[in-house]
Design a protein around this ligand. Structure first.
Ligand code: NDP
Length: 283
């Protein structure tokens, strides 16, 4: 019974996730990537550059952005530009978006990827931090997507939002972060459904990532987690593919589809799913 059920789901999943990506579909495409001064966003910029896209990247650190732009040009980007912006400032999402659309003459892909700094620790009671993290990780995503919808309607474009297993499974030691990712999944899931009802030509892809080996993630989880971290460059490519092929939800690494599925079907197995996290903080 259960085995057959899981086999059926595995076959359906493999079919739905067969690789239909055509690099030609992003050649010359106009792309805005947030949080691209480091980590997964930086790697996405390099992939798009190799595919010959026209890229605007944004984040706060100007020197890091300049370096990424230089590398993008070397790798073959048709255009590569940066604009600084701080997503904790409620005025910046729209300003950054307008800059990109002006420079690119429209937009095909909006990649929402930036994430504010937060500690890995037991809930410490700092609700002000939750408020400000919500602006950076969530409200700024809503602001940018709202500005983007009419522009993307003109091109039949896509929004990709970078979420996490922590947006599906309430993760200990990162309560504020997990809350922002749940909010993201809720909002963009609802938006997806509304766009489908309206038969809109704009697609929204929600990316569910597991642990990825970016410098910031590796520094934070040291001592708290023993699970394997997967390469940022591959995570970045999976996001680009999901957007280009209009997938509603994609998982990297793929098996986290089952992590989330099992969590929903057998909630009492949470302890096993979370066993990759050590309880050192509890001592
Ligand atoms: P990084 O810390 O490497 O990169 C975060 C980016 O966001 C940087 O470019 C940073 O640039 C930018 N940023 C931070 N604060 C702000 C701000 N206030 N305004 C504007 N930009 C800001 O993160 P990752 O590459 O690891 O993560 C990328 C995405 O992937 C995030 O959405 C994250 O939640 C998700 N993810 C990552 C996982 C992982 O294990 N790495 C796991 C699951 C999901 P600057 O400092 O220059 O502003």
């Amino acid at each position: 019974g259960y085995l057959g059920f899981f086999l059926l789901i595995a076959v359906l999943t493999a079919y739905m996730w067969r690789d239909t990506f055509d690099p030609e579909s992003v050649r010359g495409a106009r792309v805005l990537i947030t949080g691209a001064s480091s980590g997964i966003g930086e790697q996405m910029a390099y992939h798009y550059a190799k595919f010959g896209a026209q890229i605007v990247i944004t984040a706060r650190r100007v020197d890091a952005l300049k370096k990424v732009v230089q590398e993008c040009v070397k790798l073959g980007a048709k255009k590569a530009m940066y604009v600084t912006g701080d997503m904790s400032d409620p005025a910046d999402p729209e300003r950054v978006f307008k800059y990109a659309v002006e420079k690119l003459g429209g937009l095909d892909f909006l990649v929402l990827n930036h994430v504010g700094n937060t500690n890995v620790e037991l809930w410490n009671g700092d609700s002000d931090h939750v408020r400000s993290l919500m602006q950076v990780n969530f409200v700024s995503y809503v602001q940018m997507a709202t500005a983007a919808l009419p522009v993307l309607e003109m091109s039949g474009g896509s929004i990709m939002v970078v979420s996490s297993v922590a947006g599906k499974l309430a993760s200990p030691f990162v309560a504020p972060y997990t809350a922002t990712k749940f909010a993201m999944n809720g909002f963009f899931g609802a938006l997806q459904n509304e766009l489908a009802l309206k038969k809109s030509n704009v697609s929204v892809s929600i990316l569910i990532l597991g642990l990825i080996d970016t410098e910031s993630a590796m520094n934070k989880i040291r001592g708290y987690a023993t699970m394997t971290a997967y390469p940022a460059s591959e995570a970045a490519l999976s996001i680009i593919k999901a957007g280009a092929t209009h997938q509603r939800e994609a998982y990297y690494p793929w098996f986290h589809y089952f992590t989330c599925l099992i969590n929903n079907i057998f909630p009492f197995m949470k302890d096993i799913l979370l066993s990759g996290l050590s309880a050192e903080l509890m001592d």
